[in-house]
Ligand binder design. Structure first.
Ligand code: PLP
Length: 378
């Protein structure tokens, strides 16, 4: 790749490999055909491994069913919450960034929500989480890797608290699954969500959730007890689980996206999750150290059980070019044919974020650092 080529470093969508791109370029088949079922099965096999064996040793950490969804990760987040709780149930939603807030907003529509909220980018106070989660809590939501701030939340500790009260634990692994360690059983996760367009390096528009047997039983029981009333039609988890047994979806599948996802997860299998996790860690460190060498500060400088992400890097812009004054910096990056992200919502032009999710090369990481350095002095 030369410096003239476009380089996508946003925290999703991420660049696609040639094989993933070409997988989408074929004649359509029926979503009820054996050809499609074989594609879905390949995607499911790969996802099962990625959801359950994302460890440095490659050992398996759980059992359940991977569902592929025609929709982005928000669909998976909503499917999890809306199928597992009802209007009288209590959900404890942990919020320290945009996607934690999204989980809380989704839950607001289906249940009674108690928020444990700290400033975006700050660590949760685990004592406050202990206080909030009680035997009345039906479900807890948390984002593992908070994409809006570049921080990794302590899912294991939160899972322990959740398990003490026998609540269900739904974890957004959208920017960690496929790029970092994720432990279903050890962390007590009941449902995990990920997205094609992030560390899986598949196209946007398709996502996946992993449903443990315990969560599947709850979804099925709620569905049977209410005869489906109050459960979203398109995102009926019990229905999706039933159809997935024969590698189909309840409604028309996005055939080209399923094909791309099947190839993407096979490429991950070839690299091996332990290698992939190590590579993501190396590359995130290279970004962090490269930007620090340019004199930039990490965003935020946090203390506590929250640590920096291994799949994306957020840095504060120098005070002299924050807010409206950041436009020239972002324009200078764009002129160099590199795409990065600014902050989300109130973080606006105060920070920038780059991703190392997917299959980036060392040269691409180096170019990201070089480009930011050049844009800062432009
Ligand atoms: N959760 C996290 C952590 C994310 O980073 C994103 C997207 O960036 C989402 C959920 C939601 O994804 P989408 O807006 O594509 O549905």
């Amino acid at each position: 790749m030369s410096d003239d080529d476009f380089l996508l470093l946003n925290p999703g969508p991420v660049p696609l490999s040639e094989s993933v791109r070409t997988a989408m370029d074929g004649e359509m088949v029926s979503h009820r055909s054996a050809e499609f079922e074989a594609t879905y099965e390949r995607a499911q096999d790969g996802l099962d491994e990625i959801f359950t064996a994302s460890t440095l040793s490659g050992e398996s950490t759980g059992e359940g069913t991977s569902l592929v969804l025609n929709g982005t990760a928000t669909m998976g987040m909503e499917m999890a919450v809306s199928n597992l709780v009802g209007p009288d149930d209590e959900v404890v939603a942990l919020v320290n960034g945009k996607f934690g807030r999204r989980f809380a907003r989704i839950a607001d529509r289906y249940a009674q929500v108690k928020r444990v909220e700290v400033e975006w980018g700050q660590s949760f106070d685990l004592d406050a989480v202990e206080e909030a989660v009680t035997d009345d809590t039906a479900l807890v939501t948390v984002v593992h890797n908070e994409t809006s701030t570049g921080l990794l939340n302590p899912v294991s500790a939160i899972g322990d608290i959740t398990a003490d009260h026998d609540a269900l634990f739904v974890v957004d692994g959208v920017t960690s699954v496929g790029g970092d360690v994720f432990r279903i059983d050890d962390w007590g996760v009941d449902v995990a969500i990920t997205d094609g367009q992030k560390a899986l390096a598949a196209p946007p528009g398709i996502s996946a959730i992993f449903v443990t047997d315990r969560a599947a039983a709850v979804a099925r029981e709620r569905n049977e007890a209410s005869d489906g009333e109050g459960i979203p039609f398109y995102s009926d988890m019990a229905w999706h689980l039933r159809k997935a047994e024969s590698h189909q979806t309840p409604f028309t599948s996005a055939v080209p996206l399923f094909r791309a996802l099947a190839v993407a997860v096979e490429e991950i299998h070839e690299e091996g999750m332990p290698n992939r996790i190590e590579r993501h860690r190396r590359q995130a460190k290279a970004f962090q150290e490269g930007f620090a060498a340019l004199g930039l500060d990490p965003f935020p400088e946090t203390e506590g059980p929250t640590v920096r992400s291994n799949t994306l890097t957020a840095m504060s812009l120098p005070e002299s070019i924050r807010g409206d004054d950041s436009t020239a910096f972002f324009d200078a990056v764009k002129e160099r044919n590199v795409s990065i992200s600014g902050g989300q919502a109130h973080l606006g032009g105060d920070i920038f974020r780059v991703s190392n999710m997917g299959n980036l090369t060392p040269d691409q990481i180096a170019r990201g650092v070089r480009t930011v350095g050049e844009a800062l002095v432009d």
